[in-house]
Ligand binder design. Structure first.
Ligand SMILES: [Zn+2]
Length: 480
């Protein structure tokens, strides 16, 4: 059968074509037309197994993620995404896992420079005999900057894209975090003794208010007050810090029920548990991020859930300091958002590898309950991603690979002996893969590590400086 001539550009063709050819030509035309009409984006992570951690826990075996500016504009099967979008920059994800960036819900990043200073001691001794004196002698703004750079290098290398920090000179932490392209919930410490940066509560309040104002609306930095704990802060300090946070709609970072002594003292002094005391003084609320929550009974858990407090579990730290075991399965059952943290990195860990914390969180819960079902691989991957985001009250922004969320992505290579074979993706992530398997990291659409090369931190310089700090810190404490 002869039909009328047709061409792609509606020009003339002298050669009559048959129906199959016409169909082929139509498809080609549509494809060329489609290609021309693909929307421009800035970055496509193309191929790879995309583990979204969205509400359905969707996984795309051959998926792609399209990024415009600092946000995700599309995620789905590779063919579908790439027929709709073209990008200036492409990262090949083939043969890799593509995950949301990990959320380190609790740490003290400048303390990287105290890594290994005094280990194998009890928390109370570690704090009062070693760390508080070491901080008084060594911590200044310069120290905090170098410690933060070192921590940024370490965290990016193991896939952490967001971290919650509590320390001093937190404005310097914020500047260095932003320079490294990382996302941070950064808490300036309130404590009832002269701190390395602020010598009185009035100074702490003034500093923190300036800090909160300065970072309002920043896409990467969320500034916060961080009253250290109920055992180092008076009722007034706790309340002042909380009031300041609420004035600026900032989160409140605090250590809660992290030691048996803290719980016992609170029972004695306040006639109630640390959690109930924080409720009584008006601190608990949907903006609080409570680190540890080890000594929380059923009534405490109910209260934490009601007040929508986010909790952060730190298994390495709790084990290393023999503090106790946080009732993570019970907290999850109570409906509390429980994230994961490294704590430390000095004296209580001593590194910032959140993948290790996933592994340990699951195994610690299993051995404590003598039940291998107590906390499974999928649960701990949730804790490192979407539940970590919920614990920081940032689940609308980060924690999963979904349209509209920030483009915080981690690519993990699977072409390694410890990565094959793979039967269960979550089990592989939690129990087999390591932080050092992370190859490429994107934060807010910016590639901060590509094929294990850091792009935002001068790593050699930072390592050298850390070695120099070892000498001056040791000398300040009369150590060899
Ligand atoms: Zn801590």
């Amino acid at each position: 059968m002869k039909i009328e001539e047709k061409t792609c550009r509606s020009g003339r063709s002298a050669v009559p074509i048959t129906i199959p050819l016409l169909i082929l030509q139509f498809v080609l035309c549509a494809s060329v037309f489609g290609q021309a009409n693909r929307k421009s984006v800035d970055l496509i992570v193309s191929g790879g197994t995309v583990v979204t951690m969205d509400a359905k826990r969707a996984i795309y075996e051959d998926g792609s993620v399209a990024v415009k500016g600092d946000s995700i504009v599309a995620v789905g099967p590779r063919n579908e995404i790439e027929s709709r979008y073209k990008a200036q920059q492409t990262i090949d994800g083939k043969g890799k896992l593509v995950l949301p960036g990990f959320v380190n819900g609790h740490t003290h990043v400048p303390m990287t420079l105290f890594r290994g200073l005094h280990d194998d001691v009890a928390l109370n001794d570690w704090l009062y005999k070693y760390i508080f004196p070491a901080e008084a002698k060594n911590v200044n703004e310069e120290f905090v900057r170098w410690g933060t750079r070192l921590a940024a290098a370490e965290q990016i290398r193991s896939g952490v894209t967001t971290f919650a920090d509590m320390y001093y000179f937190e404005d310097a932490v914020a500047e260095e975090t932003k320079a490294a392209g990382m996302r941070g919930v950064l808490g300036e410490t309130f404590i009832d003794f002269p701190a390395p940066d602020n010598k009185s509560e009035a100074e702490m309040l003034a500093y923190t208010e300036r800090f909160l104002k300065k970072w309002q609306g920043d896409p990467l930095i969320h500034a916060a007050p961080a009253p250290h704990s109920i055992y180092t802060c008076s009722k007034k300090t706790l309340q002042d810090a909380a009031a300041l946070a609420r004035k600026y709609h900032a989160p409140i970072l605090i250590h809660v029920a992290e030691m048996k002594k803290e719980r016992d003292d609170s029972e004695k002094q306040n006639g109630m548990s640390p959690v109930q005391y924080l409720e009584k003084v008006g601190v608990l609320g949907p903006d609080v991020v409570a680190a540890h929550c080890i000594f929380v009974d059923e009534a405490d858990r109910k209260l934490l859930a009601e007040r929508q407090v986010g909790c952060v579990h730190n298994p390495s730290s709790n084990m290393m300091l023999a503090s106790g075991v946080s009732p993570v399965p019970e907290m999850r059952t109570a409906g509390i958002a429980v994230g994961l943290g490294t704590d430390g990195p000095a004296g209580s860990n001593n590194d910032l590898d959140l993948m290790e914390e996933m592994d340990l969180a699951a195994k610690l819960a299993k051995i404590t309950k003598v039940d291998p079902l107590a906390l499974n691989a999928k649960a701990v991957v949730e804790m490192a991603t979407i539940d970590g985001a919920r614990a920081l009250h940032m689940e609308k922004e980060i924690g999963s690979i979904e349209v509209g969320k920030k483009a915080d992505l981690v690519l993990i290579g699977l072409d390694k002996p410890n990565a094959v074979p793979m039967y269960d993706i979550y089990a592989q992530i939690a129990y087999a893969l390591k932080g050092s398997d992370v190859e490429t990291v994107v934060i807010g659409g910016r590639v901060v590590m590509r094929d294990r090369k850091l792009l935002t931190v001068k790593e050699e310089e930072v390592l050298q400086k850390a070695r120099e700090y070892r000498k001056s810190v040791a000398a300040s404490l009369g150590m060899p």
